[in-house]
Design a protein around this ligand. Structure first.
Ligand SMILES: *Cc1c(COP(=O)(O)O)cnc(C)c1O
Length: 308
């Protein structure tokens, strides 16, 4: 498996940043691998080595119908010669992400929302007798994932006043925070929850890691909830691509960069500071809104065709 590591850091030039006297950089984890998007590689790295050290040959994991994690797992299992089952939330559906998972050898099993809630029970029911099977939680959330995400920071060659990332489960943020602590950096971590009422994330992050490193949640950029978006966010994705040739997804990274711009506009940061945001990948999410986005920007047809 060919991975582009350490992932590159690049500076983003926007008139707003210049006006506010800030320098803004992005860590391009989205370039790590075409199918194992961004932080999903970070999260899987030590999960895979743990599974292999326990001689497990069958990865079993969970996700929604457009899950970046399911696709990442399918690809990682394929390259590692492991069997893989993806348990998909909800009724049977077909889409290009799930088709790609299947073509990589993942067995798909659809489970209704009610039953899906208790993942450990589903695992036990289906694979309780298979001692080769290894449980991987939705999104890869785990202590191993946190360990892998520390490398986002340990790979850096420069220091930043602020690091900004999006959060779903918070394991990526926890890894970043853990590394800030270990390296005794003065960096502040800013987390943009992508779901409504992300208050639980502070606790979730602190459950993984105890740290007095500064951590701040910015809760105004969820756009109505997980996977929710509006025309303004779509427009932002399209404009950002035209300005910087960097693709953002509506579920995670567009909310992050939109929120960052908003904080900058309201003078949240001090002139002269250096900021780094983490591009955690996720461009396959755009396939779920193909019609909407190409209706507004026909030139995206070709870009979306090249994603999978
Ligand atoms: C899964 C995912 C996240 C969220 O990571 P957590 O560790 O669950 O907070 C962020 N960005 C992208 C693109 C993702 O796919």
């Amino acid at each position: 498996m060919k991975l582009n590591l350490p992932s590159p850091v690049q500076e983003i030039h926007r008139p707003l940043y210049l006006e506010k006297g800030l320098r803004v950089f992005v860590k391009r984890d989205d370039l790590i691998h075409p199918l194992i998007s961004g932080n999903k590689w970070r999260k899987l790295k030590y999960i895979l080595s743990k599974a292999q050290s326990e001689s497990k040959t069958h990865l079993v994991t969970f996700g929604g119908a457009y899950s970046n994690h399911l696709l990442a797992c399918a690809a990682a299992a394929n390259y590692s010669g492991l069997q893989c089952t993806g348990i998909v939330r909800g009724e049977h559906v077909k889409n290009e992400v799930l088709d790609k998972c299947s073509s990589l050898g993942m067995h798909l099993k659809f489970v209704d929302r009610e039953r899906y809630r208790d993942k450990h029970q589903v695992f036990k029911d289906l694979f309780g007798k298979d001692n080769q099977a290894y449980f991987i939680d939705e999104g890869g959330a785990s202590q191993e994932a946190v360990l892998g995400c520390e490398e986002i920071v340990t790979e850096l060659n420069a220091t930043y006043d602020h690091i900004v990332c999006a959060a779903g489960t918070g394991s990526t943020a926890a890894g970043i925070l853990a590394a800030i602590k270990k390296k005794q950096l003065k960096t502040h971590l800013h987390v943009i929850p992508v779901l409504k009422d992300g208050t639980f994330l502070k606790q979730a992050i602190e459950n993984y890691i105890t740290s007095d490193a500064p951590l701040q949640l910015h809760q105004n950029y969820h756009f109505g909830g997980y996977a929710k978006y509006n025309d303004q966010l779509l427009g932002f994705i399209i404009d950002f691509y035209h300005q910087h040739q960097i693709l953002l997804d509506q579920v995670y990274t567009a909310k992050l960069v939109f929120g960052l711009d908003d904080l900058i506009r309201s003078d949240f940061f001090k002139p002269g500071e250096h900021l780094l945001w983490i591009h955690t990948g996720g461009k396959t999410g755009l396939l779920g809104i193909r019609e909407k986005i190409t209706a507004r920007a026909p030139e995206f047809r070709k870009i979306l065709e090249e994603i999978l």
